[in-house]
Ligand binder design. Structure first.
Ligand SMILES: [Zn+2]
Length: 396
């Protein structure tokens, strides 16, 4: 089974926009309410029994169960009968808000992400409809819950043999979009390991390093746009909240943010295609978000962007018939790819791998990519070729 997500721009009428604006606001309040409920529960459990905090104690009894996705869904169903705003919004869509919150908690527990945050007005930007009616797309129109048929710009046709499973409506600075999840039930033949192997290492100082000795820098235009974004954000924060200038400044920020997102995605696709050229296997490291969250890196830039790149890479590999696998990245920077000696932990400031045993010298990220490749080959049962003494790949 294969899933694809295709984005299309929507042409919503004034009335349709009003409906979805209202649903976004309802979703936001559902999110905040459900988050507050979970937060209060945690607070009430924070102190030990003999030093119980008064605040938590009288609100929530000691035996109150922890709010879960299913308990909050039940409460939502009840609340929809009482509150017209809640009742008016699509019920499955609202449940998805609770599911998203559940996911945010799971990624906090498992990946060390931060405590989920309350959303300010306008901060809820997408509505997820997990189910659509029968044949929800006809020509250049899509049938969406609550608003009926909507025109969309059919920038690319829905491929043969795929059905539309779900739709996510997203409000961006440049307008409304729908991300259609397409599913193909045809069994897809697995790609078997073959041909040349490539290992890659994603990082910070370089965007990416390959086992063949290539260093891909962070694209200049993204770096520039990012500093421009910070400037605009600063300016926006000085405006009087709610004023016209404040609104304008925030719209500018949102527009630039969208440009960065699009530019980054474009860069990811081009890079992924280039990596697939001439190889039959691509190995990447399995990202360890937990280590990153604990470490020195700014996790927001890292996990979002690198995770997205690897998702795109996996998809491009599949499309190009290239085998893709992720390997354990633990200690990739400690082992010499030439002779296998453990050279010990390197400080982040040490940019060069220099083996005291065999003298192999290369960029540390390239060495890591070479280890990733060797581990990948070992995992698929192919002979691992050590690079051999004295061989130098890439510039030290
Ligand atoms: Zn060595």
């Amino acid at each position: 089974m294969l899933n694809l997500t295709y984005p299309y721009k929507l042409k919503l009428t004034q009335e349709q926009q009003q409906t979805y604006e209202a649903w976004l606001e309802t979703s936001r309040r559902v999110w905040n309410y459900a988050l507050a409920e979970r937060k209060d529960w945690y607070k009430s459990r924070a102190g030990s029994i003999d030093r119980c905090s008064l605040r938590g104690e009288y609100v929530i009894p000691a035996d109150a169960p922890r709010p879960t996705f299913s308990s909050q869904c039940k409460a939502l169903t009840q609340a929809r009968k009482v509150y017209p705003d809640l009742g008016a919004a699509h019920s499955q869509m609202l449940q998805q808000v609770l599911r998203r919150l559940e996911k945010a908690f799971v990624s906090m527990w498992e990946n060390g992400h931060g405590f989920p945050r309350f959303k300010k007005p306008g901060r809820m930007r997408s509505l997820l409809f997990p189910q659509l009616g029968k044949t929800p797309v006809r020509g250049n129109r899509v049938k969406l819950p609550g608003v009926g048929w909507v025109k969309m710009r059919l920038s690319r046709p829905i491929p043969e043999g795929f059905i539309v499973k779900q739709a996510q409506v997203v409000k961006r600075a440049s307008g409304w979009y729908v991300m259609l999840t397409l599913q193909c039930d045809v069994a897809v033949p697995d790609i078997t390991p073959h041909g040349e192997a490539l290992g890659i290492d994603v990082g910070l100082s370089n965007y990416l390093a390959t086992s063949t000795g290539e260093l891909v820098p962070r694209p200049r235009f993204l770096v520039d746009l990012q500093s421009k974004l910070r400037l605009l954000q600063q300016r926006a924060s000085h405006k009087v909240k709610g004023s016209n200038n404040w609104r304008k400044a925030h719209h500018k920020v949102a527009k630039l943010y969208e440009r960065i997102r699009n530019g980054r995605q474009d860069f990811f696709y081009k890079l992924a295609h280039r990596l697939c050229d001439g190889v039959g296997m691509v190995f990447a490291e399995k990202l360890n978000f937990q280590a990153w969250a604990r470490g020195l890196f700014s996790k927001h830039t890292l996990d979002a962007a690198h995770g997205e790149f690897l998702r795109i890479l996996k998809w491009v590999c599949w499309k190009r018939g290239v085998f893709y696998a992720e390997v354990n990245a633990k200690g990739t920077s400690q082992i010499c790819p030439s002779c296998g000696t453990n050279t010990g932990k390197k400080d982040l400031s040490v940019r060069v791998h220099r083996c005291p045993e065999c003298g192999y010298t290369t960029d540390r990220d390239i060495a890591a990519a070479q280890i990733v490749m060797q581990r990948g080959l070992a995992a698929v049962g192919q002979t691992v070729k050590m690079l051999g003494e004295g061989l130098s790949v890439g510039s030290p």
